[in-house]
Design a protein. Structure first.
Length: 308
């Protein structure tokens, strides 16, 4: 990748703050912030509100910086896909050097602020999450293997672990389970999207699962991950000691995951009716998967403060 500006449209400088903000993928970042906050709140130890705010700010900055690095690296690919063609870099509203520098400042500042203000273990895990997404997933895995989103799913699974460590100063069973829940949630979530934007990925040569292995194999694997997610999501209910969650979380996890499984089964056992198929079950699964993760982690926080 070169740092030369895209030539589709002359970039308007100085960069508008809205274009810089768009580089951080705000909708994705909202889920990152939320799961990180839930990990922090669900931890058995309390943290000063100012430090808690700082920790969440650092998680947001790190996630936003990694997303900006992703868009800087993939600017040419984004220009070739309908879903991403209107992003700031493909549209020429921002030059790539500015995007790269903005991303670097966000990433560096997030790690050092987390380390000095909250703790270096949380900062180290935050740094690993940034490298995982921006380098391991974006540069290495995504253009090379259909398992990109499986292995790369770890990038989005770090926030609750970071939040927990920011509050407690150590890693334990619960944050590892929370990491695993997001890790196993990511493939069906992302493959549901990939099924109805398959042509975009095929056009730019990204080997997403539906492009390389076909829709039938992708649908089957969505169901496999949904089956595995059901008992995994309830695991916090079964953990011993002070990290144990209660019935509120356990019941919510079983209900939410059962619905996730049912929607995944609809996707797995249907056949497309042709190129004009509206892909409604796939779009429903994708939309629900976002709601699912918000609701699951919200239940964890509610359970933390209500004992039944």
């Amino acid at each position: 990748m070169t740092d030369a500006p895209l030539t589709r449209t002359a970039p308007a400088l100085p960069a508008d703050w809205r274009d810089l903000f768009a580089l951080t993928k705000p909708r994705v970042m909202s889920l990152v912030i939320f799961t990180g906050l839930c990990g922090l709140i669900a931890a058995p130890e309390r943290i000063h509100p100012v430090l808690a705010f700082t920790a969440i700010l650092c998680i947001a900055m790190g996630a936003g910086g990694a997303a900006a690095l992703n868009q800087w690296w993939e600017a040419d690919l984004d220009a070739g896909m309908k879903r991403t063609a209107k992003r700031p870099l493909p549209q020429g509203r921002l030059d790539r050097t500015t995007a790269r520098d903005f991303a670097g400042v966000l990433c560096g500042a997030s790690v050092f602020l987390m380390g000095f203000a909250v703790g270096w273990l949380a900062a180290a895990i935050l740094a690993v999450s940034i490298v995982y997404y921006a380098v391991i997933y974006t540069i290495w895995l995504k253009p090379r293997t259909p398992q990109n989103i499986v292995i790369g799913g770890g990038a989005g699974a770090f926030p609750p672990l970071i939040g927990w460590v920011a509050a407690t100063g150590h890693v334990s069973a619960m944050p590892i389970v929370l990491f695993a829940i997001i890790f196993f949630w990511t493939p069906p979530h992302f493959w549901a999207l990939a099924l109805f934007v398959k042509s975009d990925y095929a056009k730019v040569g990204i080997p997403m699962m539906p492009v390389v292995a076909g829709e039938k194999s992708t649908r089957r694997q969505i169901l496999i991950y949904a089956v595995l997610l059901l008992p995994l999501s309830a695991l916090p209910w079964w953990l011993p000691g002070k990290e144990h969650s209660g019935a509120i979380y356990g019941i919510c996890a079983l209900v939410l995951s059962s619905l996730f499984l049912a929607l995944s089964a609809r996707v797995a056992f249907r056949e497309r009716q042709g190129p004009d198929d509206a892909m409604k079950p796939e779009k429903q699964l994708f939309a629900y998967s976002v709601i699912y993760l918000f609701a699951l982690f919200a239940a964890l926080v509610v359970d933390r403060f209500i004992v039944i």
